[in-house]
Write a protein that binds this ligand. Structure first.
Ligand code: DX5
Ligand code: ZN
Length: 215
């Protein structure tokens, strides 16, 4: 069984409770929440009031992916809005070790996200401290983009690093995930798949989550 984290970026914001309930009643393991600031990525999504509204209705953990500069400024607010997992981009953190410790001290799981062009080797000194690594399989900022093929081999190399170091970090992949790319990612060592458009544009989103979870 693969853990699925449906990305609410592709939900219908006019019917958010309905879409949160769909995920509540599905095989999904958690909710993926994409926060964008218009600086780290060329798009703006939503902020704390929306996360809080999701948290009030959600019956599964919130996996919050911060595509923002200086994410360390917002750790307590992210926790107070209801997050269980806080994902920060390695490209946005000058003092990553301090940020990871602060996320854990705030009571959340610490996850570090890598853009497609950022090498696995940048994790070498921090991998033992992490609960999760999120590999972007598209350039962040938008849903519905095409999967970047080199992520398959990158996932394999991250799995090797985790096994070699005895790290307990889970591997999550985000962008262009569907049943076809998901199958290959799971074979390469992925634990958690984020899926936005493939779930919310499916004729039966719950069935699509079940299909992904069975990979
Ligand atoms: C993109 C976001 C993703 C996005 C994925 O920057 O981080 O979580 O919602 O969307 P799909 O699954 O449609 O590629
Ligand atoms: Zn995301």
């Amino acid at each position: 069984m693969t853990q699925i984290s449906p990305s609410l970026l592709s939900a219908d914001f006019g019917n958010l409770d309905r879409d949160v309930d769909m995920v509540n009643d599905s095989a999904a393991a958690m909710f993926h929440i994409d926060v964008m600031d218009g600086r780290f990525v060329p798009n703006i999504s939503f902020g704390f009031p929306v996360i809080e509204a999701i948290a009030r209705r959600a019956r599964k953990p919130l996996d919050v992916h911060l595509m923002i500069v200086e994410p360390d400024r917002w750790i307590n607010q992210v926790r107070d809005s209801g997050a269980s997992i806080m994902n920060v981009h390695i490209e946005a953190c000058t003092h990553l070790h301090r940020t990871v410790q602060a996320i854990k001290a705030a009571g959340m799981k610490a996850a570090v996200t890598l853009n497609p062009a950022t090498p696995i080797l940048t994790l070498e000194e921090i991998i033992g401290e992490l609960d999760m690594v999120l590999l972007m399989s598209v350039n962040p900022g938008f849903g519905g983009q095409k999967f970047i093929e080199s992520t398959i081999d990158k996932t394999r190399r991250l799995r090797e690093l985790i096994n070699a170091t005895g790290s307990h970090a889970k591997i999550e992949i985000d962008g262009g995930v569907n049943v076809e790319t998901g199958r290959r990612l799971v074979d390469a060592g992925a634990d958690i798949l984020v899926a936005g458009s493939s779930v919310f544009r499916a004729p039966d989103p719950r069935a699509e989550i079940a299909a992904l979870a069975s990979l």
